[in-house]
Structures are given as structure tokens and as C-alpha cells.
Design a protein around this ligand. Structure first.
Ligand SMILES: [Zn+2]
Ligand SMILES: [Zn+2]
Length: 393
């Protein structure tokens, strides 16, 4: 019988930068080819000639578009086939175009439960919830063996966790599982729905403008904030970059084609990115609107000029990132300048990663013989939460 081998090239005892090799005697594929999260380490390519110098892999399957899973695909040898979710691809194509970067050319797209056969390995994607839109778990099968890679996932998003659990096989041989939250003791993941309720309260209690500092690529969060804006009679404002992303994500995601979403630009050079939208507004109109505006730290000069046209009194800045980013110099400056403009800073965030309860529930569902922890700084914790299962650290 052909044996399927698992080799975690990178990502075992660290968060991010996943590169996982699955091979048989005849076929060799990678699950994710990510960059390290640490910016300083990103220029150094890992020593994998078969990925960069020649096509030593038959394919790379990308679980989702976060750089720590996708980043190295841009540098991979062009003869290696790339597979990624279709909406994911539409989103990265849009962001690459916006930034003037060359994009990738996938050979095919991942769709929920649609098998892709590469040599003697069959890969089945399972749509899961994460802070990246269109994320997949990847099930590899060959010669009666099965290996499931979770990618990044959570149970606290808008998609019901039970939907994912019901669709998965009830017995697998090996589970390559993420444990991002295991270094935060006693961590409990708040749901997006709870965030929405908190946002509704804040958006109605504070009468001034609302600014939301969040990742434009976090579509679930954009939906949460849009819903809160709608419920409190605020129009939702997205800049050129975010408008492109939400439009690429699909017609159900709040984008400037919605009647209560408007596009705005922070400089005339960005106009070409919003020209297709009927609903676009400039500072003069914005200053007279009741709104919730998505912002980024690079928009500080724009916010300053807007504050000269309208009062920021009783206004809010919603900080919707992981708290660790508050130590970043650029972030510190942005937050203190926002405070100086009279905005009150409120944190509303929840993780894109499963907490321990969700991981335990997940393990119970797929019932693996072996667990291989990845994307974690506390792999040992798997031995405590699943003592009956062999954990390969
Ligand atoms: Zn990740
Ligand atoms: Zn991720």
C-alpha cells in the first residue's frame, strides 16, 4: 500500500509561516506556503529548492489568503500548480492590482467538498470560518489513508460551526491542527454576533462620527460593523481599497453597490478604483452625514482634514485588531492622534482562531489516531486537551 507521508517543513512550533509537505512515492504536494509573521524574517527564503528553483512539487494548496499561508506562493516556481478558493483569489487579485503587484495564476479553485486529484493524492476542501474570507480545511486521501489539515479556523464566526462539523469525515488517520490560542490561558472566543451587539450599543450611545480601525480583508468583521451601522442608522463608508475587496468578495458582502454603503477616496489618484460605483462621497458630503467609516493607520492625514470640516465631538474610534498591534509605533501614533482629535477609543475584537473548547469539539468529531500540532506556541497543550490521542510534537 502507498503510504502518505506528512512533513511539516515549517510552522510546528511557531504561529504562521506554514509549509506542510504531503507525499506518496509518486506525488508530492504542499499545503500552504506562508511567510513568517515577523517582518524582519520575511526576506529570507527557506531552503526549499523544490519550491523555488525547480518544480519539485506537483501542487500547492492554499487554505486561505493570509500572508502566513499564501505569501511564498508568489515566489514559487511557475510550473507548480496552485489551488486556492475562488473568492480568495478574486480578493487577492484586487489587492495586488491596487498595490501594483503582480498576482498569482491558480490552476484551479477550491470549492466546498469538490475533490481535486493530483497524482495519487485526492484533496477535498471543507469551507471553514476564519478571519480570512473563503478559508478551507484540506483533507488529503491516498491508498485508504486520510490526513486532515485544519488551516486556520474558529467556531465563533457567522457560519455555524455545526455546519462544518457535520460535513467532515467522522474518522481520520492524522490531524494537522492549529492551536493558535493555546498560549492564552483560559481564552474564550467571543462571537461576531456579540461584537455586533456591543457595536450597536456604542454606535447609538455616541452621537458623533464613528471610525472603525479594522483589517479591510476581514470580511466577517466588515459584516459585523456594517450590520451595527445599519441598526443605528449610520451609512457605512469604505475607501477605495476596501470597496474593491468587499466587491470582489461577492454580492452579499456590504460594498458600495448596497444602498447604505458609500465609497470614498483619500486622494485623487485613487479615483480610478471607485469610478464604477454610483454611490461615492467626498469630504463635504461626509461631514454632513451620520456614518461609520472604516479606516486604516495610513489615513491619518485624511482624518485630520476631515476634522477641520466637522466636529468629532462625542465621536468614536473602534479599535478592531489584536491588542498586540497597539505596541506598533505607527499604531501608537495613530491612536494618540485620534484621541487628540477628540475621539474616544473603544476596543471591539475577537479572534479568528478556535478556543480550546472548539478545538476539543473538533477533535471529537474527526476522531484522529494522531494529532500533529501546527500554528501554535504551545503544542504540549494538545496532550492535555486530548490525552487519549498520540500527539506528535
Ligand atoms: Zn495563520
Ligand atoms: Zn489566517
Amino acid at each position: 500500500m502507498v503510504k502518505m507521508k506528512v512533513n511539516v517543513i515549517r510552522g510546528k512550533n511557531q504561529i504562521g509561516g506554514n509549509i506542510i509537505e504531503i507525499s506518496t512515492d509518486n506525488t508530492k504536494i504542499l499545503l500552504d506556503a506562508g511567510l513568517e509573521l515577523d517582518n524582519d524574517k520575511q526576506d529570507e527564503l527557506p531552503d526549499i529548492p523544490a519550491l523555488f528553483e525547480y518544480a519539485g512539487y506537483d501542487a500547492v494548496f492554499v487554505s486561505h489568503y493570509h500572508g502566513d499561508h499564501l505569501g511564498l506562493v508568489y515566489k514559487a516556481h511557475r510550473d507548480i500548480s496552485v489551488y486556492i478558493g475562488e473568492s480568495s483569489y478574486n480578493i487577492i487579485k484586487t489587492t495586488d492590482n491596487y498595490k501594483g503587484n503582480e498576482t498569482i495564476t491558480p490552476k484551479g479553485f477550491l470549492h466546498h467538498k469538490e475533490e481535486i486529484v493530483v497524482g495519487d493524492i485526492t484533496v477535498t476542501p471543507f469551507l471553514c470560518d476564519h478571519s480570512a474570507f473563503d478559508s478551507y480545511m484540506l483533507l488529503c486521501s491516498s491508498g485508504g489513508e486520510s490526513v486532515l489539515y485544519t488551516g486556520d479556523f474558529r467556531s465563533n464566526g457567522r457560519k455555524p460551526f455545526s455546519m462544518l462539523l457535520n460535513s467532515l469525515p467522522k474518522k481520520i488517520d492524522k490531524l494537522i491542527c492549529e492551536g493558535t490560542t493555546f498560549s492564552r490561558e483560559g481564552y474564550f472566543a467571543v462571537t461576531e454576533k456579540t461584537l455586533e451587539e456591543k457595536a450597536v450599543k456604542l454606535f447609538s450611545e455616541n452621537k458623533g462620527p464613528v471610525f472603525i480601525l479594522q483589517s479591510s480583508m476581514n470580511i466577517d468583521r466588515a459584516v459585523t460593523m456594517y450590520r451595527a451601522a445599519k441598526r443605528t442608522d449610520r451609512v457605512f463608508l469604505e475607501d477605495a481599497y476596501m470597496s474593491g475587496i468587499t466587491t470582489a468578495a461577492g454580492e452579499h458582502i456590504p460594498n458600495p453597490k448596497f444602498s447604505d454603503v458609500y465609497a470614498f477616496i483619500t486622494s485623487p489618484s485613487k479615483y480610478r478604483f471607485v469610478s464604477e460605483y454610483k454611490r461615492k462621497v467626498g469630504k463635504d458630503r461626509i461631514s454632513k452625514m451620520r456614518f461609520a467609516m472604516c479606516v486604516r493607520t495610513t489615513m491619518l492625514p485624511y482624518l485630520k482634514s476631515l476634522s477641520e470640516k466637522m466636529s468629532f465631538e462625542d465621536g468614536l474610534l473602534i479599535y478592531s485588531f489584536w491588542s498586540g498591534y497597539k505596541n506598533d509605533e505607527k499604531m501608537k501614533e495613530f491612536l494618540s492622534e485620534c484621541e487628540a482629535m477628540g475621539l474616544k477609543i473603544e476596543t471591539l475584537h475577537t479572534s479568528g482562531h478556535a478556543d480550546e473548547n472548539a478545538v476539543r469539539k473538533f477533535i471529537d468529531t474527526v476522531n484522529p489516531d494522531v494529532i500533529i500540532p501546527v500554528h501554535t506556541e504551545n503544542a504540549e497543550r494538545f496532550r492535555e486537551i486530548a490525552p487519549e490521542i498520540l500527539v506528535e510534537i
